[in-house]
Ligand binder design. Structure first.
Ligand SMILES: [Zn+2]
Length: 754
């Protein structure tokens, strides 16, 4: 009867919008977790500043999906609802380490707060939690609470057979967050019919299941997409996969195609080959972009199969300054001799990459295999990650495809054979048509190897052969040929497990840097990719099977138009006439100013400041030795740089961290603690620091714009204008594969079938 009354009361209050009003919005910095239950979604705000241990513990269960499939097993109206420790059949799940009780943090067990459940022992909470549905202040820590000393004394007494009468109150239950959305769901759960079952009391008659928990962003608070059914589907598929058999409908091969420097607008559905086919028959996202601000190749590839932004992947840019050694380092550079490039003198490995790739997950879960191939070492390594069965790239100096001892001690025979064959098959010159968009010979293009058709390949200086191949579409022809050999020699997608193959086509970038997008050279390069991709997809149809593989196609970044062309189009927004800033003039005058102001007469300006792309690093030991203040140098650099035409802003770390703007957010997503610079230099749009060609690296739309296409029987074809990011690729593929999507990914799984 009381129950029924309460139900009515709740209904009335709901109708009058009592629970609909958001009393107090969560603090911007606090973590938010969406709890998807069979009764609806609850969003929690957590308080890491008040309950650091408890929050970290709770999030560790969220992160590894430990709460998925647990139920609210204890529900008492007017008191609380408890969950997190039992499955629907009341099986008790093992917890991790018991944690230190933080009930003395000053927070009270008021209505809507979440607290840890525990046994009578003070420090015994592990995984179970409860949401207070009333002001349960008797659960709070107070001056009368027993201390740990009291507890130890009681225990010691008990060991001697003595029972000490309790003279103090319970230590209290640690409040570590509160419900900020979905209190109506909590009320609904609070009032379901319950029963007693064996040793358990107040168990809901129909189980209320937690389908999944996920950390969400502040902007997702009113739209916390945790798809319960999908997660359930995922865990079923996982169980099947773990029991040794691939679910019939699981892809046998995941193919990632990355086209380096491929801006979204260059996708052309009318192309006759593979690119056109994917654009027409796949699901094409027309509003795809990078969700980070430093748009270079290494981070761009790092995000594709990890599903996290560069800040979490550990990769700020292609280069960074190792501040301890005060040296510029490459993102895949590795000094360990056991990680040398085969046939080379330098080491390469993914040691900086701090997030697991899809390939690693597939290896761990399905016993599948993971391969990558690219014209560039950093692309191949970032897509494959730490464990892979073959990671190959083109080494300009050796004029062959190679790998690092980090992955393999020697090249497979078929790679060696390929290396011995391909040079003779290359033409003397790279010849191409005039181009549809603009004349072959165009001002601003690099004349390093001819501005017009007839660029040297095998013709000319043999020492330059590697470089010439690297800067031509033949780089991609070779990459595809090696990928075809991988498919046949390794029987990819043909061994009853799920394999991953990632291919990055670098020539679109190397050619694009010299001639710009829409040049005759870039157009030809794209046509080569289109033709080669068609052949490659044909091979997969024959070997893996038409309906047995899924393709994701994307890019690591976009690019700026050639400034001369941008000017001709009447779209150049750079305040400098023509849009070009000479690299040596710009850096030279900057270094001179730093020298004159800080390091003259005996030291180099680079003893104090080093550059890596748009990042500036300040040498702290040098400051100390020369009685310079960090802030004083920062304001000096700001004055010097912001006086330069074409410079928009020199950002400090603190500005990046505290500014509420999309630009600041994008920069935050690129910041890696311990590797990022102290300052970030933002140029005006369309300003290119280079005498010829064009480049990328900025946070502007043209550099962040990328294509995203999914193709395969799991995908409903069509044009989709939903805004998406390349961090969404990994979680989307994970859902198709039935791998539970970890809640700590930055990307979200996209809905591919309708
Ligand atoms: Zn790139």
């Amino acid at each position: 009867m009381a129950c029924l009354l309460l139900r009515w009361l709740v209904l009335l209050l709901s109708v009058f919008g009592f629970f609909g009003a958001h009393a107090e919005e969560p603090a911007f910095d606090n973590p938010l977790v969406s709890v998807s239950t069979s009764a609806g979604v609850i969003v929690l705000e957590l308080y890491p500043d008040k309950s650091p241990i408890t929050v970290a513990n709770f999030l560790s269960y969220v992160d590894d999906a430990s709460y998925t499939e647990t139920v609210f097993h204890r529900v008492i109206p007017d008191f609380m609802i408890q969950a997190g420790g039992h499955l629907a059949d009341m099986t008790e799940l093992e917890g991790k380490e018991e944690i230190h009780n933080e009930a003395d943090n000053g927070l009270s067990n008021t209505t809507g707060t979440i607290a840890m459940a525990r046994t009578n022992i003070i420090d015994s909470a592990s995984r179970q939690f409860f949401i207070n549905t009333n002001d349960n202040t008797r659960l709070d820590h107070s001056a009368e609470s027993c201390t740990r000393e009291d507890e130890a004394a009681t225990e010691a007494a008990a060991e001697r057979g003595l029972v000490r009468p309790a003279t103090c109150e319970s230590f209290g239950y640690t409040v570590f967050g509160r419900v900020v959305r979905g209190m109506d769901v909590v009320r609904h759960i609070e009032l379901v019919e319950t029963k007693d079952e064996g040793d358990f009391y107040d168990v809901p008659v129909s189980p209320i299941t937690i389908k999944g928990m996920k950390k969400i962003g502040f902007d997702e608070i009113d739209n916390p997409a945790v798809s319960g059914n999908d997660q359930q589907h995922a865990s079923e598929q996982l169980q099947n996969a773990q029991s040794g058999s691939i679910v019939d409908n699981t892809p046998a091969l995941v193919l990632l195609i990355a086209i380096d420097q491929f801006r979204n607008d260059r996708i052309d559905a009318s192309l006759p080959g593979g690119l056109g086919k994917l654009a027409r028959e796949g699901r094409m996202y027309t509003d795809a972009s990078l969700d980070h601000g430093l748009t270079s190749t290494c981070p761009g590839h790092a995000v594709m199969l990890t599903g996290v932004n560069p800040s979490k992947a550990g990769i700020p840019g292609n280069y960074y300054v190792d501040t301890a050694a005060w040296e510029l380092k490459y993102c895949v550079e590795d000094d360990a001799t056991e990680h040398l490039v085969l046939g080379g003198e330098e080491g390469r490995s993914p040691w900086m990459l701090s997030a697991p790739t899809l390939g690693q997950q597939v290896k761990a879960r399905f016993d599948g295999r993971s391969f990558s191939v690219s014209g560039k070492d950093r692309a191949a390594i970032m897509m494959a990650g730490h464990e892979a069965d073959g990671v190959y790239w083109f080494d300009k100096d050796q004029v062959r495809f190679t790998t690092s001892k980090f992955y393999q001690q020697s090249l497979p025979d078929y790679v060696t054979t390929f290396n011995q064959q391909f040079v003779d098959a290359l033409p003397l010159l790279w010849e191409h048509d005039a181009g549809r968009f603009r004349p072959d010979d165009y001002s601003g293009e690099s004349d390093d190897n001819s501005r017009v058709s007839g660029h040297e390949i095998r013709d000319g200086d043999i020492d330059e052969l590697g470089e010439r191949i690297y800067d031509s579409p033949y780089l991609d022809t070779l990459t595809f040929e090696l990928a075809r050999r991988l498919v046949t020699e390794e029987a990819l997608g043909q061994k009853g497990v799920t394999d991953v193959l990632a291919i990055s086509l670098s020539a679109n970038d190397t050619v694009g840097h010299q001639f710009g997008p829409y040049s005759a050279e870039s157009e030809h390069t794209l046509n080569v990719i289109d033709t080669e991709l068609a052949m490659f997809l044909d091979l997969l149809d024959q070997t893996v099977g038409e309906d047995r593989y899924i393709v994701a196609l994307t890019s690591d970044h976009g690019v700026a138009n050639l400034p001369e062309w941008q000017t001709e189009l009447g779209q150049n927004r750079c305040p400098i006439e023509g849009g070009r800033i000479g690299l040596y003039g710009f850096i030279g005058s900057l270094l001179f100013d730093i020298y004159a102001e800080y390091t003259a007469p005996w030291d180099f300006p680079t003893d104090l400041v080093m550059f890596s792309g748009s990042q500036l690093y300040i040498n702290r030991p040098y400051l100390a030795q020369n009685q310079l203040e960090f802030d004083q140098v920062v304001s000096g650099l700001t004055r010097i740089l912001e006086a330069e035409p074409g410079v928009k802003k020199l950002w400090t770390r603190s500005e990046i961290e505290h500014t509420q703007s999309n630009e600041a957010r994008l920069l935050r997503n690129s910041i890696v603690e311990g590797a990022s610079g102290d300052l970030y230099l933002q140029m005006e749009q369309d300003c290119i620091i280079s005498d010829t060609g064009t480049t990328h690296g900025s946070l502007y739309d043209y550099d962040r714009s990328i294509p995203l296409i999914f193709y395969g029987q799991w995908v409903s074809p069509g044009i989709d204008s939903t805004p998406v990011n390349s961090i969404d690729i990994a979680p989307t593929l994970m859902e198709v594969l039935g791998i539970p999507v970890p809640s700590n990914l930055d990307g979200k799984a996209l809905e591919l079938s309708f």
